[in-house]
Structures are given as structure tokens and as C-alpha cells.
Design a protein around this ligand. Sequence first.
Ligand SMILES: NC(=O)c1ccc[n+]([C@@H]2O[C@H](COP(=O)([O-])OP(=O)(O)OC[C@H]3O[C@@H](n4cnc5c(N)ncnc54)[C@H](O)[C@@H]3O)[C@@H](O)[C@H]2O)c1
Ligand SMILES: N[C@H](CO)Cc1c[nH]c[nH+]1
Length: 890
Amino acid sequence: MLIPIIKSKDTTISETLSILPYRIYEDKTGMEVKEYEEGSWVMLKETSTVAELIEVLNKGAELALINGGSFGSLLEELKESKVPAGRIGLYVETLQEYEELRADGMTGEDVIGAVYVNNLAIAEVQSDRLKTLSAAFTKAKVCQGGQRKFVVRLNHELLTNNGTKAIDVLKAVAESEVEIGLEIQNIKIDEIEDYVEDAGKVRLSDAFIIASKLNTDRQDGLYTTVVEDDTGRCLGVGYSSKDSISEAIRTLEGVYYSRKRGLWYKGKTSGSTQKLRQISVDCDADLLRFVVEQRGSGFCHNDTWICFDWFTGDHRGMLGKLSRILEERRANAPEGSYTQRLFNDNALLHDKIMEEAAELCEATQGNDIAWEAADLIYFALVKCASQGVKLSQIEKNLFMKSKKLTRRPGNSKHKMDDTTRSSGAKEHKKAKIEVDSKAELRTWLGHVQLPEDPNVYKMRRFDSEQLTSLEVAELVNRPLIDVSAIKERVKPIIEAVQQRGDKAILELTEKFDGVKTETVVLKAPFDVPELSPSVKEAIDAAYTNIKTFHQAQMSNPMVVETLPGVVCSRFSRAIERVGLYVPGGSAILPSSALMLGVPAQVAGCNQIVIATPPNKQGKIADEVLYVASLVEASAIVMAGGAQAVAALAYGTETVPKVDKIFGPGNQYVTAAKMLVQSDNDAMVAIDMPAGPSEVLVIADSSSNAKFVASDLLSQAEHGTDSQSVLLTVGLSDQQIFEIEEQVQQQSLKLTRRDIVRHSISKSYILQFSSMDRAIEFSNRYAPEHLILQIEDPESVMDSVVNAGSVFMGHYSPESCGDYASGTNHTLPTYGYSKMYSGVNTHSFLKFITSQHLTKEGLANLSSSVITLAEVEGLDAHKNAVVVRLEDCHN
Ligand SMILES: NC(=O)c1ccc[n+]([C@@H]2O[C@H](COP(=O)([O-])OP(=O)(O)OC[C@H]3O[C@@H](n4cnc5c(N)ncnc54)[C@H](O)[C@@H]3O)[C@@H](O)[C@H]2O)c1
Ligand SMILES: N[C@H](CO)Cc1c[nH]c[nH+]1
């Protein structure tokens, strides 16, 4: 091993020398040294106390060399001090001094890890004396592991002796199996072609190779070189020649030898260059290791950080990766991204760190602790990156701290008793509500603040990679709905209808719809006014398509013979009495009347009752009347909201009670449906919770900003509770900005822009870099409508698990499904598409099974039935088979 000896502080080659594992520094006792750099050995020529020695070690010195004169007097104290052997060395002037101390038993062989001989005589260069002393010392290992080192300094006289080449002296000494110390004056760093012999000087790369005894058994003479990044991650392998090592040391860059190209300056063409941080050899000196600060995309020619990146899902090295991503984000954080906010808002970052630290302290379970620790580390790394501090610096600090022999007592700065500690935790909790983006998200989703400027239509924007998983979970949740408050509001309405029937309905209609009517129910045939031809044509066309698609859903009876003589079958029957809620609060929706009426008609329901709020003139819209007659409804209840649902569930003097209630509606409608379905007195089923409309659009770079914005707005205009979500995959800031611009421009032209302003400010854009992750999020969100404005929608369809209805490609706007393509628009919202289907023909059917067994069939099945009845101890069940079998045998 080559160990440079540095006597003066300022050396022009100190950066170069720092790439070697160790360097020896002259005694600096009394000088203001705050910290020794990694790998420092410090000569203590005048040491008089163990305390002084510990002070040097505490400043990060790897090893302190105590001079032979002081050593004897310190030996006893040293043995008791428990300073590790690997951290103390004996410094002698000559071999003779060492021999004498040894003879006196004053070398403390068991407490030292190194011997340093300051002056070697010419006669000792290749002497057996040197070899024997070195071998005797190094044959034992340091007790904490590692080789003990016998170091000799090759002084200037020795290197210039008799005109012998310095390099030859070095080679001769190296044969004695000692480590070699060289002063800076004897080291030179030249370009390969400029190399000239210089009296008393050795080229650093040659000295390194000779002193390290670097060898190779490769035929081409190259040295296999393991390359690591500065977080200790193995990047891959390269090959080095003597010249490439020389160039690497001279330039302090990653330079290797390529068998194809000769000298290979890594990254010269790709830009992924390397700063050389350390060079060393392995235990038997046949492997070279470069530690580098890798730049650009990484070491591999495939533009990956390491040559082994093909294994996806490898979490190792994650801290290094995160630190690099943050460094990059610091330089180019996307405008408005969460990371940029953290970088720019010290107070927010401060609070996040405090809050995560408090959460880590409160965590008690393994996984929770890991989770919270990860959050804390993330924010700590953001703090570091914001100030240009790299992970390697943090690791270096940890390393230096681990070198300290006397430790801090470890108390916290402020003494906390239990009361202050718990109130401290509460403080953090309090702070969390104000600053936590998780809580912030919740607050945002619950109490959206409209932009001050009434002409601004802006969706929030997030980068999925910057969010914690808890924050992502918050986004999956919809804008807060206080369900219990709504139910409380709805309950008295339901009771009123139950108790006072039509009278209550008329009062509630006046109260909530602002219209006084005298009739609750219109009976078929309805008095349908003439519609404009275009409207009639549009409704007829939609009716035909919806009918075609829903008729195709009718299934034939199924008949299966499971065993000879055992025939099982299944057939459907329409639910006899159905109630269809057609929303009409903020817009009349004849399309919803079609979406509910057509499958009811196709299924063959006997009694179809439509309920919808009357308009301001106390009338039912002409279009709804027309649809009601098309689908052969038997009655129309002129009421909306919870009162209409209650009327359908329980019936009134004029409203017929139904068996199942269908249809979308606002929160009052949805809450009332949920309440009546759980009331045994009502004996009524519901289709599903179909609340405020929502849409989730996935857009990739093939998408059209205009189309995307138009789809987002088409659902946002339904109601202030609606939510539109856009997941972008690999879109640039500019591309996202174009969509935002379109949302803004198109919104301004909408008649319902006041509603849109509310719903758009509850809506968000979430950026992803991979389609898989976007689909994964979409499945968790389980949208009512999923629109795939992507290059190849077919390719992701297999991964779509939760969605009410999917719109594929750039030319399938959701409006087509809303009105006329044929599919149904009554779909589960609020994440219920995880377990409910949208309305379809089967929603109006029940399936009945039947079986018919012959004597032979009964005989074939009897043993299974009898045995299972015995297992369950149900004798009568068994008997029902046995009596028949007996009859068959008679
Ligand atoms: N999921 C779907 O398939 C689907 C389809 C179409 C529409 N929708 C949704 O249906 C909803 C329609 O809502 P809407 O409000 O326009 O019509 P609506 O018919 O659902 O509700 C209007 C009724 O709500 C009641 N109401 C209003 N304010 C009230 C209050 N403060 N207390 C008690 N009751 C009150 C009134 O009785 C009124 O008649 C929208 O959210 C829309 O997005 C969903
Ligand atoms: N988009 C709604 C379903 O969420 C249905 C609808 C009716 N009219 C227009 N659209």
C-alpha cells in the first residue's frame, strides 16, 4: 500500500492524494484542526497524554502514531483506555529503535495496529532484518479485524542514492512486504507522454501499483476494476491498464482501458462522466476498485445507473437514488410541483420534518416505524438537497461520528418530562392540521376555496412521485361529503312522507323545488306535447341504440343436466314494480329517463313508475313525458329528492309502492335510497349508490389538449359536487399547461360556468411517469367514467379492474355514452365501481333456478345428499330422500 506523507498544509496535489485510502499527516497538535479527513493517520511526535491522543482520534483521525519516546510511559494507560488497537500506531525513527523497544517489551504489540519507521537505511532496503520484523508484526491481525501494517518511509536520500532510480528503490522495498510511505516531494503526476525520469521522484500511479502489489492473471495484462458510486453501490466492472490508471489519477476522472478503443475516458461521448473519489486494491491485490461520483444517467451504456438495473423492483440503493432525484429536482423542479414548494417554502419543510419526527416517535409497530422513518428521511433529504448537501456527505458525517471515542451523553437538547413530551406531540398534531399536505389535501377536498378571481378555472396539480402514499390515498378519496349530516337531514323528510303521504310531498316540493303543485302523480297515458322534430329524432335514435344494446343483454334460460336424471335450470323474471328516479334539480335529464326506462321495458317490468322534480311551472318537462310514454311508464311522480324516494319506497295514497328504486341523483337522493333500502318496513331494493358525476381521464403524449379539457368539463358541469381527475403519463410541463389553458378557455364559454368553477377547483391533475402506475391509481380511485385518451387503449384494457364505463381512444367522448351510443349512463360513483356494476338489463331481472330429478337422478344423487344431511345432523333432510328411495325400490 502507498501512503503519502503530507507535511505542509497547502499542497497542490492534496486533492489527488485524497483518492488513496490513507495519508499520513505531520503532528498538528496545538494547531487549529477541527476535523481530520477520512483516512488520515496523524503523527504525534510530542504526545504526552492519552487524552491528547483521544482528542486527535475524536477529530476523525483514522490512526494516531505515538512516538517511541512517549510510548512506554503511556502504555499502561493505553491498555486501560480501550482505544481500539486499529486506531493506534507506534512511530519510530529507525528499525533499530523499534528493535530496542521490542526487546524491552515496550512496543505494546497487543494495543497497536501499525508500526511506522521514519528512516530506512540503504543497507536495510532489501534486508532480512526488515522482512523479519515486518513479518513478525503483520502475522497477527488487528483484534477488530484487518491487517496490521508495517510502514516504512522512503526518504529522499534513499530514493536518490547512487543514481539508483527511485522506482527501483520502491520495487526493492516493496518486496519486503511492507507498506510504503512517500513524501510529496518524491511524488509526481505527469501526462503519459510527458513522463520523464526525475531524480528521486516516482510517478504516483507507478508508486500506487508497485506499493499495492497490484497484479493480474489476465493474459492481456489488464486489471479488472470494480466501479462503485459514492454511496457504496456497485455500478459495474471495467478494465484498467497502467496508463489508464495514470490518466485516472492525473485527471481525477473515471478513465479505463477498453479492449476495443484503448484509453476510455468514461462519459466522453455520453456525458455520463465520473469524478474519481478513491482508488484501492482488494485483499490479494488482484482486483482494483474505483469509487466514483457518477454523473449523468449512470455507468451502464444502456443509460441506467448500474449495469445490473435490469432487475426491477430492487430497493437497494434507494437512498442514493432519492438523493440524486432530489438534486436533479433542485435544478429543474417542475413549476408548481410539490418538491418545488418544499424547496421554496422553508416553513413548510421545517414543519414537515418536525411532524414526521413526531410521528416516528409515536410509531410502535415495525411497519409503522419503517413507514414513518422513510417519511422523515425523505423530508430530511429534501432539506439537504435544498442546500446542495449530498447523501455521501451525510454518510461521511455518520462515519466521522462513528470514529469518535468519547461520545455525547446522548441527552436531548431540551429536557422533556412526560407532560411536556405529550404536549409537544400535541403541538405537532396541531401543526399538522395546518401544514401537513395530507391534512391539507383533506381540507382542500372538504372545503375547497374558490380562486379569488371569478374568471379562473384551475385544477390542482400534483406529481405522484412527490406524494407520500398517504397523500395519494387522500386523493383517491373524493371531496368530503358529510354523509351523517345529510342522512340526518333526509330522515325527517322520509318520516314525513311515511306519515302524511301526498300532503307531505306537496309541502316538501314547495319547500325544496320552490313550486306549488296540486297533483303528485300523473297516470299514463301521458299528455305529451309535440316535440321539435330534431329533438324527437335525437331521442328516438338514442332510444333505438340503448334498446339494441340492452336487448342483447337478455339471456336465454339455462338448462344443465348435472348428473343423468338431474336437470338444473335458471330463468329470469322481471322485477314487477320498479321506480325510476330521474334527476331534475339543476338540469332536466330526459337521457336518464331513457337509461332507466329502456332496460326496464326490455326486461319486461309490469309497472314502471318515474319520479322527477317538477319544473318552475309545476310541470314535467316535455322530453321526459315523451320518454315516459316511449318506455311505457305507468305513472310519473312529480317530486324530487328524498321525498320522491320515500314515496316510491313506501307508497302513498296516489304513489304506487315499488320493489326496487333506480337512478342517480344528488346527495339527498342517494342518502334516501341508502336509508330506505335498510328499512324492513319498506322492503325495497336499490340499484347502487349513483351520486355526483365524476370522470377520470388518462392522457399520454398522443392526447389532444382540447379533447382532454372538453371531457374534464363535460362532467364538471353536472354539479358543484362533481369531480374531474386527469392522470397524465409522461407529459411535459408544457403539455400539461396546454390542457390547463384549454380548461380555462373552454370554461369561460360554458353557460354553466358557475357550477364548473366549483367542481373544477375540487378537481386535480396527477402526473405519472408510467402507464402502469396511472392505471393502478385509476383502479384505486374506481371512477364512474374512465376515459383513455392514449395511443393504444386496447393494450391497457386488461389492467382496468374498477370503472363504471370506459371510453377508449381519442374519439370516444363521454357524452356519447351519456346520451346515445347504447351503453347505460347510470353508473356507480364515489368508488363504488369497485363492487357495483352500472345499470343494465339484469338490474331489472331476478334469476330463478329450478330442478327436475327423475327416479334415476335421485338414485344417482342420494348418497351425497344423505351423507351431507348426516354430517349436519338434519334427519328430516335425509328422510326426504330415504322415503323416496324406499318407494322406488318397492
Ligand atoms: N351517477 C350517475 O349515473 C348520474 C347520472 C346523471 C346525473 N347524476 C348526478 O345527479 C345529480 C343531480 O342532482 P340535482 O341536484 O341536479 O338533481 P336531483 O334531482 O338529484 O335533486 C334535486 C332535488 O334535491 C332536493 N334538495 C335540494 N336541496 C335540498 C336540501 N337542501 N335539502 C333537502 N333536499 C334538497 C330537492 O327535493 C330537489 O328536488 C348530479 O349530482 C349529477 O351529477 C349522476
Ligand atoms: N354524465 C352523467 C352520468 O354521470 C349522465 C348524463 C346525463 N346527461 C348528461 N350526462
